[in-house]
Design a protein. Sequence first.
Length: 293
Amino acid sequence: MKKILITGGAGFLGRHLTKGLLDKYIDIEIKAISRHENEIVEMIVACNNDKRLKPIIGDIREVDTAKYALTNVDTLIHLAAMKHIDFCEMYPSEAISTNLIATMNLLKLFTGDTFVGMSTDKAVEATGCYGATKLLLEQLVLEQARRNPDRRYMVVRSGNIFGSSGSVIHRWKQQIKQNNKVMVTNLEMTRFYIDVNTLVGFIIRIIEQGESGKIYIPFQKTAGLGDLAKAVIELYGDAKTKIEIVGLREGEKMHERLFSPSQKDVVTDLPIECSEHGENLSMDELKDWLKSC
């Protein structure tokens, strides 16, 4: 692990992972590629202008760009994705192009040692376009593991990253500022959540120790949207803040599953596969996490 490429490296998880790797390892070089120049600037600042960080502005859907980014890379961490459920439903061709075709390009061009693909609980029993693209991403990575026994190909599958860019928490904060209300799909909906630093540590551990052909799932707790909305209102709203129920969006489920017990390639310490029955985050935990966002 000397030369690393992180796709989507300037995104929320990418920035934290880049900094975590730079902090832990002295003798590494990290290329971080993103289409968004403002996020690249934020990443450079977050990493204190570290000279070991080599930012690349480009689109991994373009083969020449992918070839350039992969030059001399031994470890690839593939985070880049179109992830907003509603936009994936509205523009499935864009979701396929970004989440699948770009992944296929990277897998074909990669000649290093370790490939890690990032997936989501929405890939399990997928009901929408986003989940379907991530399910196929997983299968593409595992296929390469079978075809190339001399390299490692692994998947990390996670639920929601608490406070990530574009998350419901950010939307609710903005809605409170604008109209003093939060728009909730369903108060009984549950989701898996993980702190970004916990996920970064888990990914680094998988890079170091993971076995090829496996899907790794970190331990995660759950939260109901009703509890999460209550915590957000208590911290950022007031007695007049309203909750507006808007119903599930296309492709959404009431509860998420992180794995199926019958899956032989899944490695996890989670005892419960469905968010409906998971270990709930307490109100104090939710507020602590919200304060850190």
